[in-house]
Design a protein around this ligand. Structure first.
Ligand code: FBP
Length: 265
């Protein structure tokens, strides 16, 4: 299983770095995240499958769009989710949204699950995480943890000490890849990367930036800080030219291009 994990991680981070397209928003945020033709998931996936290094989908979406992605781009299946229709407090919990068997059957390279460190439901989320992890280990599937500190004691979830705490907890809970928040500067993100002690750290994209150039500066900062890449949803699929946005982000991640150059891609 250790060999399988290594092979799969290599496919997800071809040169040690990765741009992963996140596309689970239809459940987390609802269909209002998508406008125009992007309400059809195929339209958006078709545009980016040959640009990004991997895509992260929920099991049902992976299943119904397999004609678009299969054989073209590695898949990561996320097996936890929640809707924003829940009462506010219950949004600090994600529920099972599929099983590791589904992930294997879909031919995925990795499984992903969220942990809201600091939530009232941290205990349930950890039971969920370790259930996923135990199964995934049997198949040599890497586990990506969306390490998101959120809860009543957390004043600012982008604070470097808060993010570092989540990252430390992620490595101690056996995450093979960590997706977390940008802390606002290269200097602070370097501390986040150090805390991960060699486990790849990928920045979670966040809400659409004012301009693509602004977002590329953040991506560059993450890479300069030693991060292994980014997991991006809205800054690609809400952009007027999703393929162009993905290409520009990829150029910063893989070629280290300056944002001003990359934006011309
Ligand atoms: P974005 O790049 O759009 O932020 O996507 C990353 C992601 O973690 C998605 O996987 C998820 O659906 C969404 O953000 C959750 O955002 P939030 O919990 O902040 O509402």
């Amino acid at each position: 299983a250790a060999v399988g994990k290594k092979i799969r991680l290599g496919r997800l981070l071809p040169d040690g770095k990765s741009l992963i397209f996140a596309f689970d928003h239809g459940v987390e945020h609802g269909p209002s995240d998508f406008s125009g033709e992007t309400i059809n998931p195929r339209k958006i996936l078709e545009k980016i499958v040959d640009v990004v290094d991997a895509i992260m989908l929920l099991p049902g979406m992976a299943n119904i769009t397999s004609d678009v992605w299969a054989g073209k781009v590695p898949l990561i299946v996320k097996v936890t989710s929640k809707t924003s229709l829940r009462p506010e407090d219950a949004r600090l919990l994600q529920s099972p949204f599929g099983w590791v068997e589904d992930v294997v059957a879909l031919g995925a390279e990795a499984v992903a699950a969220t942990v809201y460190w600091g939530s009232h439901y941290e205990d349930s989320m950890l039971k969920q995480w370790f259930t996923v992890k135990r199964e995934a280990e049997k198949y040599g599937l890497p586990c990506l943890q969306l390490s998101y500190p959120r809860g009543p004691a957390i004043k600012n979830m982008y604070d470097v000490e808060v993010v570092r705490y989540g990252v430390r907890a992620a490595i101690e809970s056996g995450a093979d890849l960590i997706k977390t928040y940008y802390t606002g500067s290269t200097e602070t993100f370097r501390e986040v990367v150090k805390t991960a002690a060699g486990i790849p750290v990928l920045m979670s994209g966040g809400a659409k930036a004012k301009t693509l150039l602004d977002f590329l500066h953040v991506v560059k900062s993450v890479m300069d800080a030693g991060g292994q890449g980014v997991v991006v949803g809205r800054n690609i699929f809400q952009h007027e030219n999703p393929k162009g946005a993905a290409k520009a982000i990829s150029a910063v991640v893989h070629e280290g291009l300056d944002p001003e150059e990359a934006v011309k891609k």
